[in-house]
Design a protein around this ligand. Structure first.
Ligand SMILES: Nc1nc2c(ncn2[C@@H]2O[C@H](COP(=O)(O)OP(=O)(O)OP(=O)(O)O)[C@@H](O)[C@H]2O)c(=O)[nH]1
Ligand SMILES: [Zn+2]
Length: 186
């Protein structure tokens, strides 16, 4: 379902009142509509269809590793609705040369990142979508992010990075996994 902007705007107006602000003062009068528009972009993954993103495939006869490293991630933690940001590394070993476009791996990350998320679920959803739609011999997703809910409030630990991984199929083989992790770490 697309983001219901009038409803979000009404909630933001309430939120401003809740924190003791005057939503009708000059600087804030357009803020509810502005935030609603921003949320439509921040949560655009609510509408994304991973099957459709991965529907473009080619037969290239390449049955070795394909890895896109350092994909920028901007997501929103579902506990505090604050951003978490960092990098995703997405790799797979095709089966029968079934390959997708490189940009589709980044689009897949965005499809799941642009929703209220936790990093663990984001990581496994990307890996599971690769398995379901590309049927590769193996897949790996590693995500490293800084969570603003841990830096600008709460425990206040700027610089702390959370690293999560999901491995599927032959990528779980220790030697293969170690080789790919070496490529990811660079
Ligand atoms: N596992 C996991 N935890 C997350 C993620 N994003 C935020 N969190 C954590 O979610 C937890 C929510 O804990 P609560 O005790 O319910 O909330 P809180 O009182 O605001 O907790 P503090 O952040 O410790 O102040 C916190 O420990 C956050 O660090 C995530 O992607 N994965
Ligand atoms: Zn949080």
């Amino acid at each position: 379902m697309a983001v219901d902007q009038p409803r979000v705007a009404a909630a933001i107006r309430e939120l401003l009142i809740g924190i003791g602000e005057d939503p009708d003062r000059d600087g804030l009068v357009d803020t509810p509509a502005r935030v609603a528009k921003a949320y439509a972009s921040i949560f655009e993954g609510m509408d994304a269809d991973p099957a459709q993103i991965l529907s473009t495939t080619f037969e290239l006869g390449h049955d070795e590793l394909v890895l896109v490293r350092d994909i920028e991630v901007w997501s929103t933690c579902e506990h505090h609705l604050l951003p978490f940001t960092g990098k995703a590394h997405v790799g797979y070993i095709p089966s029968k040369g079934r390959i997708t476009g490189l940009s589709k791996l980044a689009r897949l990350v965005d499809a799941y990142a642009k929703r209220p998320q936790v990093q663990e679920r984001l990581t496994s959803q990307v890996a599971d979508a690769l398995v379901e739609h590309l049927k590769p011999r193996g897949a790996i997703v590693v995500i490293e992010c800084e969570h603003l809910c841990m830096t600008m409030r709460g425990v206040r630990k700027p610089g702390a990075k959370t690293v999560t991984s999901a491995v599927r199929g032959v990528m779980a083989n220790p030697a293969t996994r170690a080789e790919v992790m070496g490529l990811i770490i660079g």
